[in-house]
Ligand binder design. Sequence first.
Ligand SMILES: [Zn+2]
Length: 361
Amino acid sequence: MINEKVLRIGTDDNNIYYLDDENGYWRKALTLFDGYNDANKIANNIGIKNAEIHFFIDGINKLKDKGFLLVLDKKFTNEKWFERYRSNIFYFNSDKINGIDFQNKLNKISVLIIGVGGGGFTILSHLVSLGVENITVIDFDKVDLSNISRQVLWGEKEVSRDKIDVAEDYFLNKNSKGRIRKLKCNIESVSDIQKYVNDVDWVFSCADDPPYKMQRIVNKACYIANKPVLFSFCQKNNGRYFFMDPAKSGCVDCLFVGTVDEKWYNFILALKNSNFVPQTSATSYTISLLCSIIIQKWIILLQDGKFNNWITRLDFDTLSFTKVTEWYKQKNCPTCGDNNITDNNLLSFFKLMGNIENNDN
Ligand SMILES: [Zn+2]
């Protein structure tokens, strides 16, 4: 309240609305907007005469248009659901998004998370908090002592347990009525994951071993199933991510077709021949930072449907974002194109990656 006759709505300095409240109606009304009272009941309660109710309804619509008020088409009945998700709903609600509809959408989305280590487990924790109730996790690994420093949610009790079991316990503790499926699998081919990709709305690819080959496998399965997918990587002082929708953006193999040259091929070849195993240098907070940004970008994507054709790089030292490699669909892509590859470096690169179709390799 600014004074007896003017109300200030909103706490965010960027989004404030002043409402004339000559006779104090709005001050009383705002305490009654709780999802259970309808507009007529509220008008009656605060003493608005029938002849003036249209002014009141006009005011409600103005608040609704500015995203300050959620107007429901029927009385609110699911109290527990609202209690659980109300801060999400208030956060999502705006002049463009109906918070309740968006929360319902999140509740219905099914997600596959490939790799529930530091990154994948953090993604899982955010998704279940957001209300995603149907999650499948794939991983072959166990929690080891070094994971504790990289994962806020794991402690000594988790060491030596299968990551998928820890994921299941965490999920069910957060949402006992949700559905989690788990698969212990060392992914070596498209056929290892295809049916799980087919079954969900979204894929989060958080496994990167073997490098490039794993991304190619997930990419192909998502292309076949026409499912949108996130790829993410965490390095020493930066994290990278990109979202790919097979129907809208170039795929991972398009990226290789567009960028692999002699220099890159020689680098990958030398890396493979050296048997070099890079040391993980991620920390719990850099992983959390990257995953929070990924989730926020995912939420925006669900709202606007705009996929970028580039990798975003988050620099942990400067906290700045850079658009790194940008690419588009390639006609001769081996996954989404005609596979008419003639460039020797590319032919050698794909040969070096090995067969991704089945387990024969
Ligand atoms: Zn492609």
